[in-house]
Write a protein that binds this ligand. Structure first.
Ligand SMILES: [Zn+2]
Length: 296
């Protein structure tokens, strides 16, 4: 097959990295204002952040609550199944798949998820990947006394599970955003950089490679900032497969990453199947987005 005829991948895998309170959830949630439907896998408490959105944006968020803790590491169990099979019915109270208690309760809130049904306007948000990695460690230590330190086998299990998630994120055929807290790590070239915190130190140093775009958020002088181009800062690991540079956008938003999704792969190519009318509309949307994004 000729590369020019192949439809480019329309889904996006985005990692948002930053300290707690730096605006990671806000940046992901803001997509709902632009019409995206979010499936929000809530492991840390982002509910208050999401409540600040306008009501019509809140209507576009499917909030899947997973009440994870060290003594109840349900996120690891539920998300292992969800990311393995792409499907799950998750109860609101326990965050459990096919919960036997909630099945018997006709008033229980159960959310059904099926990744195969997701389209270009749907985005799965995992908030946060870091808490998921803590959950995995608690899950592997589950029946051990609380003072037990992880042993070699436990680290092995943590590595196995975190590698599984990394590979599922990398292969996701739907739009996916994962948020992560950050930690310092020494990279291969010896430089110290801030990297996403996900499992072991070596996994954390490599985790970002599963994503098309790696965005770093911070608060400086009371202002929220975000970076995505690989040259944005020597201290943080950021990257974008496209030339998306959020630090140059007038508005701090991820929406311009998604704008080209309805346009043909190569607008100049006559082989594009879209009608001239569609092309014109898509082209216009593209120009508007670029103007809005402040591209010069
Ligand atoms: Zn339940």
């Amino acid at each position: 097959m000729k590369l020019s005829q192949r439809k480019s991948k329309r889904s996006h895998r985005i990692l948002i990295v930053g300290l707690p309170g730096s605006g990671k959830s806000t940046l992901a949630a803001e997509l709902a204002i632009h019409g995206k439907r979010l499936i929000w896998l809530n492991i840390e408490n982002a509910e208050e952040t999401l409540r600040k959105l306008p009501p019509e944006a809140q209507d576009r968020i499917e909030f899947v609550n997973i009440p994870d803790s060290a003594s109840y590491p349900i996120a690891a169990q539920t998300l292992l199944v969800l990311f393995k099979t792409g499907k799950a019915n998750i109860c609101e109270i326990h965050g459990k798949i096919d919960c036997p208690i909630c099945k018997k309760d006709s008033n229980a809130n159960i959310t059904s998820i099926d990744f195969l049904t997701l389209g270009p306007d749907d985005v799965v948000v995992l908030d946060t990947g870091t808490q998921l990695s803590y959950s995995i460690l608690s899950y592997t230590l589950k029946d051990a006394p609380i003072e037990k330190k992880p042993e070699r086998d436990d680290w092995g299990a943590l590595r196995k599970y975190t590698e599984f998630f990394k590979s599922q994120f990398q292969g996701a055929q739907y739009n996916l955003i994962v948020t992560c807290n950050c930690q310092e790590a020494e990279l291969e070239d010896g430089a110290m950089k801030l990297v996403p915190s996900f499992g072991s130190a070596s996994m954390s140093a490599n985790f970002a490679s599963a994503f098309d775009h790696v965005i770093y958020t911070e608060v400086k002088n009371g202002k929220h900032r975000a970076f995505s181009s690989s040259t944005a800062s020597p201290k943080v690991l950021t990257r974008s497969r496209s030339d998306f540079a959020i630090e140059k956008c007038a508005e701090m938003s991820l929406i311009s990453l998604f704008v080209d999704d309805t346009a043909p792969t190569n607008p100049a190519s006559p082989a594009a199947s879209d009608s001239p009318g569609n092309k014109a509309v898509a082209g216009l949307a593209n120009i508007q987005a670029r103007l809005k994004a402040g591209v010069k």
